[in-house]
Design a protein around this ligand. Structure first.
Ligand code: FAD
Length: 328
């Protein structure tokens, strides 16, 4: 139906991504403000069994096609373009993840429609949609009013808690055929997997993250010991990965992973916008930095302005001592 709020439901390897639920939560608020239904758009191949998980939406527009079996720019874009043209939703919310965000490079051009990107929020006011967007790698926040419809929005991870986007009941499903005869110029070949045996930092509840302040690879042992005491893993900022002190799979930030642990301990990390982009949604951020003006302190829940080489060994010892006394 024309005028609906649409959310692109993202799936990967047979799972609905957490970000999809965040967008469904945002989409539900927006649909209520506009007084229109919320619909999820699910593209893929043999993914119908996932539709009951999209119950926060009133209904699901499902496109099943072999060309959509893996996330690929051109088939995804052309399928979405056909749907948007035919159904004229009020807006489409697209998750800005490694899987989906390139779609927003091509889709606005294919449809000749406006797109507000890097949005943290979208609201309806006076018949217009207003998006809060991050610009210049997060240094500036701007409000963009989009009156044209359909409007396209790229939504950053963490816009809403994922729990609010889960629904109880199975939504109605409408399967829509699309024409994808056009040969894709970019073809999916294979996934580059993280090294076998390495931890998945996006799944950790505790991350001890080190930055350039750790000085050299040998000093990583301090962070490893603290992470082991806390039952977590070690991650790092980009310079630490660029130096080869940690593998790429441990990088947090814009060109690394987005993480949301219960505790993110930032040791010797300045907190550049590109780093914040990957960790600002952590439940509890604790920063240790010698520079009181370090940007990380602006988003940390607790900050210690001190030398990490004084703090970390003392903290590790104290945690070990408390664990031992609890076990006794
Ligand atoms: C397109 C692009 C993508 C990028 N992607 C990423 C990304 O994914 N992830 C990422 O992290 N960065 C990324 N960056 C780089 C980013 O801009 C920063 O350069 C980087 O995050 C800085 O890393 P850092 O905080 O470890 O180092 P620095 O900025 O050098 O900060 C080191 C900090 O350690 C503190 N320090 C020094 N010694 C101690 C000590 N003994 N005890 C306590 N504190 C100490 C200092 O006060 C300082 O604040 C990207 C940049 C670009 C342009």
């Amino acid at each position: 139906m024309a005028g609906n709020v649409w959310v692109l439901a993202e799936t990967w390897r047979g799972q609905v991504s957490e970000t999809t639920y965040e967008l469904l939560a945002l989409g539900r608020e927006l649909a209520a403000e506009l007084g229109v239904p919320l619909q999820a758009v699910l593209l893929g191949h043999q993914v119908k069994s996932l539709t009951p998980q999209l119950g926060a939406a009133e209904s699901v527009v499902l496109v099943d096609h072999p060309a959509l079996a893996e996330p690929a720019l051109e088939p995804y874009t052309y399928a979405l373009a056909q749907l948007v043209k035919a159904r004229q939703p009020r807006c489409l919310l697209v998750p800005l993840t490694n899987i989906s965000w390139e779609v927003l490079g091509l889709l606005p051009a294919a449809l000749e429609l406006p797109c507000a990107n890097f949005c943290r929020d979208v609201r309806a006011a006076d018949g217009k949609l207003q998006a809060r967007c991050l610009l210049y790698g997060g240094k500036v926040e701007a409000t963009a009013a989009v009156s044209a419809a359909p409007a396209l929005f790229g939504i950053l991870p963490g816009s809403r808690p994922a729990e609010k986007g889960r629904g109880e009941k199975a939504p109605a499903v409408e399967e829509v055929p699309v024409e994808l005869a056009e040969a894709a110029r970019v073809k999916f070949k294979k996934y580059l997997e993280p090294e076998a045996g390495d931890v998945d930092i996006t799944q950790q509840t505790v991350l001890v993250s080190v930055g350039r302040g750790i000085q050299n690879q040998d000093n990583l042992a301090l962070a490893e010991e603290l992470a082991a005491a806390l039952g977590g893993a070690v991650s790092g900022s980009r310079p630490v990965i660029d130096q080869g002190w940690l593998p790429l799979s441990r990088q947090v930030g814009k060109s690394g992973a987005s993480v949301k642990p219960k505790l993110y301990l930032a040791l010797g990390i300045s907190g550049a916008p590109e780093h914040q982009e990957g960790m600002r949604n952590s439940e509890l951020i604790v920063a240790v930095n010698t520079d009181p003006g370090a940007p990380i302190f602006a988003i940390a829940h607790f900050g210690v302005c001190a030398d990490l080489f004084d703090i970390v060994p003392a903290l590790t010892e104290e945690i070990k001592r408390r664990k031992a006394s609890r076990a006794a």
